[in-house]
Design a binder for this molecule. Sequence first.
Ligand code: FMN
Length: 174
Amino acid sequence: MNFLEICKQRCSVRSYTNQSVSAEDLDYLLEAARLAPSAVNFQPWIFIVVREEANRLKIQESYNREWFKSAPLYIVICGDHEQAWKRKSDGKDHCDIDIAIAVEHICLAATERKLGTCWVCNFDEKILREALALPAHIEPIAILPVGHPNPESLCQETAKVRKPLQEIIRWEKF
Ligand SMILES: Cc1cc2nc3c(=O)[nH]c(=O)nc-3n(C[C@H](O)[C@H](O)[C@H](O)COP(=O)(O)O)c2cc1C
């Protein structure tokens, strides 16, 4: 698969089989995350892998959806606001941007490996923080369920609903 094919094939998978994710695949995803770029290369991230049943249940409390429970593992991607680069001119914290890049690296690497993922940000932050015992300066930014997609969840055949290029591209000026 070339890069554009991976982009086309990646989709939000919301149903997983009960097959576990191999250690080799998990290492591959985490390495893809580790190699992501970040502002000033500060790498303000922590990736928390949650696989054990009792801990999976706690994560599921933070995002109570039936489909979400089918994932055999979750990667919770957290940002460290103390480490993130703040732009000098206005103090803008680049943590969210850095995390987003690393998250999408994982999603695209998973697609290459025929694994499914789905960005989840609509969780209850308080419940998630408690589940993971996060210190105050660490923010949980996304949960990625990871697993083998259920065949009926595959969305390769469905054309992506995206704005056409001519609507989103401007040349030279706004
Ligand atoms: C920042 C972000 C947050 C998202 N949060 C959720 C979420 O909480 N729950 C969910 O089911 N999907 C979530 N999604 C998935 C989007 O709904 C999905 O990416 C979008 O509809 C496009 O579909 P596709 O991923 O299949 O191409 C999120 C995506 C992004 C990028």
